[in-house]
Design a protein around this ligand. Structure first.
Ligand code: NZQ
Ligand code: ZN
Length: 397
């Protein structure tokens, strides 16, 4: 196990009927609030009315950054930061899924960064050491873990880039996790968000660092819990415990708990971010498509033990021949995503031909360290082969 720091100070307020704590959570930073939200889901499910009524009764002044896109745009970050500067905002309050929260985090940082161009901030990647406005979030979709981590992922359609960046000041101070706020998430987004949780767990799980039993056993448990509760939530969207378990899994999958002590680079996320950058697809769906094909591509003599362990611990596979067990584990994941009605080929999400594969594969290499530090290092030809394998349905056993 590698050395690590684990210092994640977000004050999590988990559970239903806790919204009345919001004024106190915000007031520690001031009374001028920037509400950040997406395309209107919070207006449809009544959360917007509940928050704005409560805050105006308590004497808060509110400004709004509305219409944050899934795969949030750098131009929207600029719009939000301009509002912060113009009105002397004290605290940023994103209400939504990962896109809204990421945008809020980027707004909070850019507003105080002293930079002229928000894209400059994003290009700094994980090295942002400057200040940010305080951030309080209300999560409405279990997926990214953005509610309890320092990262944000921002897209620039002009340059066809989608990049993660972040720094300590971008960690939310308080996050409200009320599972009832996710009851209205539709089947597609529930499946996509849960696939994202599973991907975060797998990206952390498959690592070259050994001696990490605690992290690995926690991660297997979180994977099993996510799979079981995903099945329930897809059938019964208002099942409180299923939504609660997905929500808590999303937070724990990417708040450091399962990744500390390991290091290395993720594999599927850098490849997926290029799919989203070029084709604006749903992040979790892109990951669901890529992950089984990636697993099959990197299965070899050195990795077979880890894939066989994953097959046994996550899917209960009892096959004793490691290579066959590993392949059965990959097939189980693929079949599970299909059962959840996730489109499992690139043409199904609008990527009909291979014309951008070269450029996307090159960017995946340029924008990350998958070529050197991934579980199995991936060169451009590997990324291309994985994209190509995702063009048609797959059979792994
Ligand atoms: O925009 P609204 O109207 O709110 O609708 C959203 C959006 O259309 C809808 N939605 C959210 N909550 C809802 C709801 N619909 C009904 N009821 C609710 N309660 O769901 C759609 C998708 O929302 P989005 O925020 O885009 O989804 P998600 O949470 O999956 O976030 C994806 C973004 O996060 C980035 C992704 O790359 C992508 O840009 N990521 C951020 C990470 C981080 N900060 O740590 C890590 C991740 O790996 C990921 O890269
Ligand atoms: Zn993700």
């Amino acid at each position: 196990m590698n050395n690590f720091n684990f210092h994640v100070t977000t004050d999590i307020r988990f559970g239903k009927d806790r919204l009345e704590e919001l004024p106190e959570a915000l007031a520690q930073f001031g009374k001028k609030v920037l509400l950040v939200y997406g395309g209107g889901s919070i207006k449809k499910n009544g959360l917007y009315d509940r928050v704005t009524t409560l805050l105006s009764e308590q004497g808060f002044d509110m400004w709004e950054l509305a219409g944050v896109e899934p795969n949030p745009r750098v131009q929207t970050v600029k719009r939000g930061a301009d509002l912060c500067k113009e009105h002397g905002i004290d605290v940023v309050l994103p209400i939504g899924g990962g896109s809204t929260i990421d945008c809020g985090k980027a707004v909070a940082a850019f507003a105080l960064s002293g930079m002229d161009d928000p894209w400059e901030l994003v290009l700094g990647r994980r090295g942002y050491t400057g200040p940010a406005l305080p951030i309080v979030t209300i999560l409405t979709l279990a997926a990214t873990g953005s509610e309890m981590n320092v990262g944000a992922v921002i897209s620039n359609p002009e340059t066809k880039q989608k990049l993660g960046f972040g720094g300590p000041s971008m960690l939310p101070s308080v996050s409200f996790l009320d599972p009832t706020n996710t009851f209205s998430v539709n089947h597609y987004q529930t499946a996509a968000g849960s696939a994202d949780i599973l991907s975060h767990l797998m990206e952390n799980y498959f690592s070259r660092v050994t001696g990490v039993d605690v992290q690995n056993r926690i991660t297997e448990g979180l994977m099993r819990a996510t799979i079981a509760n995903m099945r329930i939530a897809l059938k019964t969207p208002a099942d409180y415990d299923a939504r609660a378990n997905l929500m808590w899994a999303s937070t724990l999958a990417l708040n450091g708990l399962t990744g500390v002590g390991k290091g290395g680079a993720w594999s599927c996320h850098p490849m997926e971010h290029e799919l989203s950058a070029f084709y604006d697809i749903t992040h979790g769906v892109g990951l669901a498509i890529l992950t089984p094909c990636w697993m099959a591509h990197v299965l070899n003599e050195e990795t077979v033990f880890q894939f066989a362990t994953y097959a046994r611990e996550v899917w209960g596979i009892t096959e004793t021949v490691p290579e066959l067990a590993a392949k059965m584990g990959i097939q189980k994941l693929y079949d599970f995503f299909k059962e959840c009605q996730i489109p499992m080929t690139l043409p199904e999400v609008g990527i009909k031909d291979e014309r951008d594969f070269e450029a996307m594969a090159q960017q995946a290499i340029d924008h990350s360290s998958i070529a050197t530090a991934a579980f199995v290092p991936l060169q451009k030809a590997d990324v291309l082969a994985i994209y190509q394998a995702c063009m048609t349905e797959s059979q792994f056993v």
